[in-house]
Design a protein around this ligand. Structure first.
Ligand SMILES: [Zn+2]
Length: 90
């Protein structure tokens, strides 16, 4: 996809993580499978069967232990979490 869509997703991820709507916990398990129409935890769009649904199982501390993402949203979430954690270590 275009770069602008990607930076839009990054902004959304930063917002949601900052507002506590999206956790940055380390994933206990993750796997990809065919979309089931579930809403993506980042962009809120349904993950249709034509797309890969990335399911992330967190370590149990979150109220929502399983998150579903589009492949693109998953990688954005991961990289935003990594950059936030790097920033907080300084
Ligand atoms: Zn998404």
């Amino acid at each position: 996809m275009a770069q602008s869509a990607d930076s839009e997703l990054r902004r959304l991820a930063v917002q949601r993580i900052g507002a506590g709507r999206l956790p940055c916990d380390s994933a206990a398990r993750m796997w990809g499978s065919q979309g089931t129409g579930a809403a993506c935890a980042l962009c809120d769009h349904a993950i249709v069967p034509e797309e890969i649904e990335y399911e992330v199982e967190l370590d149990g501390k979150s109220a929502r232990p399983t998150l579903q993402f589009h492949l693109a949203c998953y990688s954005v979430w991961l990289s935003v979490c990594e950059s936030l954690q790097e920033g907080s270590r300084r």
